[in-house]
Design a protein around this ligand. Sequence first.
Ligand code: ATP
Length: 271
Amino acid sequence: RVNFEYCDQLVEKFEQVCEKPELHKSSVYYTGVDLGTACVVVAVLDENYEPVAGCYKYADVVRDGMVVDYIGAVQIVREMKQELEEKLDTELVYAAAAIPPGTETVDSGAVENVVRGAGFTLSNLLDEPTAANEVLKIQNGAVVDIGGGTTGISIFKDGKVVYIADEPTGGTHFSLVLSGAYKMPFEDAEVFKRDPDNHKEIFPVLKPVIEKVAAIINEHIEGHQVEEISLVGGTCCLTGIEGTIEKKTGIYTHKPRNPMFVTPLGIALSC
Ligand code: ATP
C-alpha cells in the first residue's frame, strides 16, 4: 500500500503557508507552477524542500491541458510570482512546470514560454504523473489525476511510468451536470460544487459522471496488473469519490489529503 504520510505532511504544510507564508531566509527557493484547465497553482519550497508559500487562482487560460490564452496565462503567473515575492520579501528565480501526458510535442513550448514570460528561469519541465509521484513515491500502481478538463491515468512499475493516457472528462463536466440539474449558471455551479458542505447533497447527481470516469479508468488499466489506485487532482476533493471509483473498478482506491496540491508540490520538488 502507498504510504501517504509524507504526502499528507507536505500538503498540510502547504495549506498552512498558503494562508500564512513562512518568512525565514533560505539560500534558494524552488517554485512549482501548475497551469491547469480550472486552476493555476504556484508552490514555493525552501532549501530543505519545505513549503514556505503558495497561492492558487481559478482561471480560464488552459483547456484540456493546452494553453489557449497565452497572454492571460503569462499575466496570471507573473501576478502570482509578484504576490509571493512580496510576501516572502525575496526574488523567486527558478521554477519548474509540468505538462499533461501526451501534449509534449504540441504544447510543451507554450507552457515553457508562459513560465519564462512571467519572469522565471525554467529549471525543469516534466510530465504531470511523474511530478505527482515525486510526492506519492509509488512503486507499483495507478495514479488517476482528475483535474478540471481531463482525467490522466498513469501506471507505475518499479517507480517508473509504463503507461499514460489523458481523457477529456474532468471537474468541468461535473459542474456542467450540476448547472443543468440545478438550473444555475456554470460559474455558480462550480462554486457550489467546491463547497464541502454541499458534497452530500450533490453526490447522487454527480454519481453517473463519477461512474463514467471509473469506466474510463477501467478501459485504460485493463491488461495491466494494478492493485491500487491513488487519486490526485482537484476533482478528487469531492467527498466519497474514492468509494464509487473503488466499487466500479474493483481496485483498492485511496486519496491523500487535499489531492489538488499533490502535483504542484511535486513540480516544485523537481525544480
Ligand atoms: P487539468 O489537470 O484538467 O488541466 P486543473 O489542473 O485545473 O485541470 P486541478 O487544479 O487539479 O485541475 O482541479 C481543478 C478541478 O477541481 C476543478 O474542476 C474544480 O472545480 C475541482 N475542485 C477543486 N476543489 C474542489 C472541491 N473542494 N470539491 C470538488 N471539486 C473541486
